[in-house]
Design a protein around this ligand. Sequence first.
Ligand code: GDG
Length: 477
Amino acid sequence: MSPSAQLVIVANRLPVDRVDEPDGSRRWRRSPGGLVTALDPVMRANDGVWIGWAGGTETDLEPFEDDGLSLVPVPLSSEEIEGFYEGMSNATLWPIYHDVVAKPEFHREWWDAYVTVNRRFAEKVVNVAEEGATVWVHDYQLQLVPQMLRELRPDLRIGFYLHIPFPPAELFAQLPWRRQLLEGLLGADLVGFQMSGGAANFVRLVRQRVGHKTHRDLVYLPDGRTVRAAAFPISIDAAGFEELARSEGVEERATEIREALGEPRKVFLGIDRLDYTKGIIARLRAFSELIQDGELDVDEAVFVQVATPSRERVEQYRILRDEIDRLVGRINGDLGKIGQPAISYLHSSYPREEMAALYRAADVMVVTPYRDGMNLVAKEYVACRYDDAGALVLSEFAGASDELRQAWLVNPYDINGMKTALLDAYRAPAKETSRRMRAMRKTVLRKDVTAWARAFLSGLAEVPPDHGKQVKPPRAS
Ligand code: GDG
């Protein structure tokens, strides 16, 4: 039996990972990540249901509850995982939406799988959403769901949020299915983006490619409906991160990490999913050149790079992993000393406590994506620095740079510029780093993830409905 709800969250993944115990039993573990933290309180306050893929290929998973959350799995076959997820989502849309940092591939079978899977998600919602319910669809994997859903259930209030950048018209136009994607999104009442630039790109494309009338952030559809496109920059559970950072266990672990790295060496830190958009190679190259140039010394500084395994079946990701392995090996071979590598590279994923301890241990946090919707790592670092210490070097192509203006902002394509910024951040007097950190902390603590969810949901409740009756807005928490 499917549960029913007035608030339905639809995302590619359910917020849990399956764990198979040695005795053959199965349990679910809450998966880390901003979206889950963001939506957990909203879900609880509204008795919401979350619809998503459980990550495997089982076809027989029934709806279930996990720690008070009502979850509805959507099955995917292994061919669909290849076509819809690894293919269309991660090898076509992801690179196009990130400035074509890698070359996108276009395959008609991938598109067919994308349509089939989006329809399956929409059909699941139909079974779960109560009359007049609010449905919040997430991210680039599900861009056709709003339109499919509107056709099936015109009574629903539909919101869509894109977590990654929305590209400029010139890049989006490469997509053979550009019109279908735009029309898919136009099924929503409110389309949310990280940045106002993304919203503007979308509205312009709708005018150019679909021919609808637009005015500022509004699109007027021939059937009388209005769609709003606006920016809702996402954030983190800032108070939660700070509390974790202040805990005794995390402080102890941070001290241990610094000692293991050779206190009083200064610690540079990068934490990313292993992804070509994150600029990992460029930053390691900049750091190693500073050592080569004699500006930094391995006795005094180390770079810790955590790269969390990601999309390992997609070819571009395998190639990148090999490239990083080779580069780190070469840098450490050329520049390291016994017991003192220049780069401490970890290809692994860690519990939240360890992440917080790393943030606490780092003197300079280095976040240098070529393009990033927001980048939560930058905000998490700031949230953990309750001592107002620590410097943030941040790419101007991460959405976070819009709010974290006091970071050392860099262009990741400019290696010399990055070298200068790394050195400036490293050498900055404590007074300056704390002045900058204080200002950034104010922003991050004020604009947290609850504020984000509330802003989106009230924005969604305000879009004038065309379907006759006013829908009661869900409570934000
Ligand atoms: C997409 C957009 C946008 C990473 N490794 C571990 C771990 N993480 C956590 C981080 C952070 C999250 O994963 C990564 O978020 P980012 O924002 O940095 O990047 P994406 O994964 O690319 O996220 C991005 C985001 O969606 C939200 O809208 O900001 O622009 O690309 O929270 O802490 N967490 C744990 N262990 C790890 O090893 N526990």
